[in-house]
Design a protein around this ligand. Structure first.
Ligand SMILES: [Zn+2]
Length: 457
């Protein structure tokens, strides 16, 4: 087994940021020591003044494979991930066909991923209106948890669940001990708001924003907290957009409920006030809200009510963004950001006084824990996978199409100057991305949750 030492002045470890050498034996970290304690058996990679962070984990990605690989696919999603400093993705169970709501569909996904991945991956299972009998089997087959929608997801192949349907699924979910990730918007407030907007101008962002009010998220979160209390499952709120829910989420946690919360780069970077009419590249659900709301989400990260930042990377063919029409009602909702999320969050976080330790917690350790790989990924510490990102925190770059690396280089962020440059990404001791190149064969594999460990697929 090859012995390697990765050295830098700023190594982001759970104990703090310090000059260190990460000693790696094969695919695992053996020890983290002072830079002058490397024996001569090690091949040394010295990154000088750069920072080394744990490889990022993105627990919210739509890879769309199999079935809609023309939207993205394992090859391009994992390439963009490696370029963005990620070493592990967890795929959402919808947008692919078949949706990951049965064990057979999970096997189809494994076949689609085989040999194509540049980073490690896992797949969430879906909870839909009619698959409660599959929940236990999906858990046994290796999914790290489940995802459901309380509102129509707007795509064929995956159904929302009503409260009643959820009530029959929840005992099965609770028995697995795995988290349930919830798209928390209720249809009632959305339908009522949309009815009043029948004759509104849908090229205006304000129309779209009014159609998905804070109340839809708030009501859904209240319902989920109630069900969490009743059924005792692990609740995770995906892509929190409304800051109005923060006090109730904070109180629920103080009460001892098992609830975790994520938000996404677009909610932390964009503000509704500056979204131009017709700018459908910025459409997502729930929507980007006001600038004031954005600052309150940052406050939620600061006080720990929001645990993590994940991308909700949700690409589509460019035509579906309806740029020519600029109609917020018909354009596809979803923003792709895998390759730029780290510098984008660093740009915003560093000017608010946060450090790389905060980023490592939000973008590596937090999502790893949610996805059941927290004992192997998300930290630079002995025993963990040798997954790192070498990052220049002072560097700057302009977002251009050639730096996106996912299938369709469509992005609302083109032309922006971001702070922080991903230099190299290592996956289990091997380079997965080096200064714009992807060396060697794809080395990513499925990470099977819990005791089942990494399969060889
Ligand atoms: Zn999503």
């Amino acid at each position: 087994m090859e012995l390697q030492a990765f050295v830098a002045r700023r190594v982001v470890t759970p104990e703090g940021i310090r000059p260190a050498a990460i000693l790696v034996d094969g695919e695992r970290i053996k020890a983290v020591v002072a830079p002058d304690q490397i024996s001569d058996r090690y091949k040394v990679h010295d990154f000088g003044d750069a920072a080394i962070l744990p490889g990022l984990v993105d627990s919210h990605v739509h890879i769309n494979d199999p079935g809609r690989a023309e939207w993205e696919g394992f090859e391009t999603a994992t390439r963009a991930a490696a370029a963005g400093g990620y070493t592990m993705l967890v795929d959402m169970p919808l947008n692919c066909l078949p949706a990951t709501t049965t064990v057979a569909a999970l096997h189809a996904k494994r076949a689609a991923a085989h040999g194509k991945c540049r980073v490690d991956w896992a797949a969430w299972g879906g909870v839909v209106h009619d698959n409660e009998a599959e929940i236990g089997a999906l858990a046994a087959a290796g999914v790290p948890g489940f995802k459901c929608f309380l509102v129509n997801p707007g795509i064929d192949g995956f159904t929302m669940v009503t409260e009643q349907q959820l009530r029959s699924a929840l005992p099965h979910v609770a028995r697995t001990g795995l988290p349930l990730l919830v798209h928390a918007e209720l249809p009632g407030p959305i339908d009522r708001a949309t009815e009043t907007l029948a004759n509104a101008d849908w090229s205006r962002y304000s129309t779209y924003l009014q159609s998905r009010p804070d109340e839809a998220e708030l009501a859904a979160i209240r319902l989920m907290l109630e069900l969490c209390r009743e059924y005792g499952f692990r609740l995770h709120i995906v892509h929190l957009s409304t800051s109005q829910a923060l006090p109730e989420l904070c109180a629920a946690r103080a009460e001892g409920l098992s609830v975790s919360v994520e938000t996404c780069p677009h909610y932390l970077h964009l503000g509704a006030e500056s979204i131009a009419d017709g700018a459908t590249l910025r459409k997502c659900a729930p929507p980007v809200r006001s600038r004031e709301n954005c600052e309150k989400l940052w406050q939620g990260l600061r006080d720990g009510t929001i645990d993590m930042v994940v991308t909700d990377h949700s690409p589509c063919p460019p035509t579906m963004k309806g740029l020519a029409e600029g109609n917020f009602r018909t354009a596809w909702g979803g923003i792709a950001s895998l390759s730029v999320a780290l510098p984008m969050i660093w740009t915003e976080a560093s000017r608010r006084g946060f450090t790389l330790l905060d980023l490592a917690r939000w973008m590596a350790a937090g999502p790893a824990q949610l996805a059941g790989c927290g004992t192997h990924k998300g930290h630079i510490a002995a025993g963990y996978d040798a997954d790192f990102v070498v990052f220049d925190p002072e560097g700057e770059f302009i977002v251009t199409e050639d730096k996106l690396y996912y299938r369709h280089p469509v992005s609302p962020y083109l032309g922006e100057t971001l702070r922080g440059v991903v230099k190299t990404t290592y996956l289990r001791g091997n380079p997965a991305f080096v200064a714009g190149e992807f060396p060697g064969e794809p080395g990513g594999r499925e990470y099977i949750a819990d005791s089942r460990r990494q399969s060889t697929l």
